[in-house]
Design a protein around this ligand. Structure first.
Ligand SMILES: [Zn+2]
Ligand SMILES: [Zn+2]
Length: 241
């Protein structure tokens, strides 16, 4: 015990801990992120729409959605986010695109669950379902960041993670090619299929980034078609302010 402490202190001295995102020294030796990154990653200063997770004004009426989503038909029932897709959260998402950084997606999932545990548990979901990649895209990438995020969330929340109940049954173009919600919906229309084991369940659909909500909406529609009772979306980073 004493030896391992001495060894730990020696390694800290030789290799001082660094923030896993920006390499600045953390406040406490055991922290994974520096104070600035910790704040930027895990504290969302803006109110968000409970239906689509877009940023809304502090006094906006959002009981039926916000200005952005009110007129849209969405496949899911509610949405929550860790934060806005900018600065540290955007860097983290970009780094998560590389398979070598799978650990970062898992770690962010764990910290997200740890810091927002009561909010997650109050949902009372039966299982987590990551938004899947088409197998060809997954092969190119080496892994699915949303699945790694869901793994981290599930591990800390003690909620099962169902990796194979939702599939992408056809490849789609990158959503970045399209701007509007309608174009994006058309691009992913019929791209998902879900297994009927989801029947009657409340699922938390996990994704890394949400821009217009078209992909999550189509994925949720497939889960509903297979009998899911309710689908809530948890997205790490939501674009737009
Ligand atoms: Zn940092
Ligand atoms: Zn909204």
């Amino acid at each position: 015990m004493l030896l391992s402490r001495i060894w730990q202190e020696l390694t800290d001295l030789l290799y001082p801990p660094r923030c896993l995102l920006c390499l600045a020294p953390p406040r406490l030796l055991r922290d994974s992120f520096c104070e600035g990154c910790q704040q930027a990653l895990f504290v969302d200063p803006f109110p968000a729409c409970p239906r689509c997770a877009a940023t809304v004004g502090p006094y906006s009426q959002v009981s039926h959605g916000c200005r952005e989503c009110r007129s849209r038909s969405l496949g899911f029932d509610a949405a929550m986010r860790l934060g806005v897709y900018e600065e540290q959260l955007a860097w983290a998402v970009l780094r998560m695109k590389h398979a070598a950084n799978e650990w970062l997606a898992e770690l962010l999932g764990e910290r997200w669950a740890e810091l927002h545990r009561s909010r997650f548990l109050s949902l009372g979901v039966d299982a987590l379902v990551p938004v899947p990649l088409h197998w060809r895209r997954r092969l190119q990438r080496g892994y699915n960041p949303s699945a790694a995020l869901a793994w981290g969330l599930g591990r800390l929340l003690h909620v099962p993670c169902w990796y194979h109940v939702l599939k992408r049954i056809r490849p789609t173009k990158d959503q970045k090619v399209f701007n509007s919600f309608t174009e994006r919906v058309n691009n992913v229309k019929g791209a998902f299929w879900a297994n009927s084991v989801v029947r009657g369940k409340h699922l938390l659909l996990v994704d890394d980034v949400m821009t217009t909500a078209a992909t999550a909406s189509e994925a949720a529609k497939a889960l509903k078609k297979a009998g899911a009772f309710r689908v809530t979306v948890a997205v790490l980073a939501r674009t737009g302010r």
